[in-house]
Design a binder for this molecule. Structure first.
Ligand SMILES: Cc1cc2nc3c(=O)[nH]c(=O)nc-3n(C[C@H](O)[C@H](O)[C@H](O)COP(=O)(O)O)c2cc1C
Length: 214
């Protein structure tokens, strides 16, 4: 089947895109308003886009009633935020942070999460998160009237002890236990992995019985 996505309305475009491009990591974004109020909310239109500088991108959509989300307002106004990565341990709390509480309610309190100051940016980090990326805005790009993309540079990282070997910088994936978002209310664990070695051309030739043809 072919889907001519340009003929679909926004909701259906979201439905097919977000269910095919899976699993997505979840950024539990903590930001602070210019008035000093902390905000925590999950964003799965999220990924890293390179190193030197380390770049992360968030897809920020306005609420259905067209009001702008607090995270968007804070990133636009302050240019600073933190991305807390989500593991099995804080998955339920992450989901509670997506509830649209009244403005004066602190999502982290409601979710039982502890906030602590970041080192370099004026935002709090979630202490229970396996890792936090402190970010400074590079640019916020308006891609449609109700949609923006925030491009940020990671300027500091906090990683729970025992997750990354300080010598090799390799992660212990079985200790990390990140969760991914599939679609709608569906999530996935990352407990099962498989290995696939990337071959050089010579190795590929050997495996395919074409030795000497190079
Ligand atoms: C797992 C998950 C992922 C989400 N991803 C996004 C996203 O990528 N972009 C977005 O605009 N909203 C996303 N949302 C919805 C926001 O978290 C929700 O609208 C939240 O209330 C926004 O809070 P804020 O106004 O404090 O920023 C997601 C919600 C959940 C539960």
């Amino acid at each position: 089947m072919k889907i001519n996505i340009r003929e679909l309305g926004a909701n259906d475009q979201y439905k097919v895109m977000s269910s095919l491009v899976v699993p997505r990591p979840i950024a539990l974004v903590s930001s602070r308003s210019s008035a000093g109020i902390d905000n925590v909310a999950p964003y799965s239109l999220f990924n890293m886009f390179g190193e030197a500088p380390p770049v992360v991108i968030l897809g920020l959509q306005d609420h259905h009633d067209r009001t702008v989300k607090d995270t968007t307002v804070n990133i636009v106004e302050t240019g600073e935020y933190a991305i807390n990565l989500v593991d099995e341990g804080i998955a339920q709390a992450m989901n509670i942070c997506a509830t649209e509480f009244p403005e004066d309610v602190n999502e982290a309190d409601m979710a039982g999460l502890t906030l602590a100051p970041c080192d370099l940016v004026k935002a709090s980090r979630v202490v229970e998160a396996p890792a936090t990326l402190e970010c400074r805005r590079i640019a916020v790009v308006q891609i449609a009237p109700q949609r923006k993309i925030a491009i940020g540079e990671v300027v500091m990282m906090h990683v729970r002890d025992g997750l990354i070997d300080p010598g090799t910088l390799r992660i212990d994936i079985s200790a990390y236990k990140p969760v991914g978002r599939l679609f709608a209310n569906l999530y996935t664990r990352t407990r099962e992995q498989f290995e696939m070695k990337r071959l050089s051309y010579d190795e590929w030739l050997k495996q395919n019985g074409a030795e000497g043809q190079a």
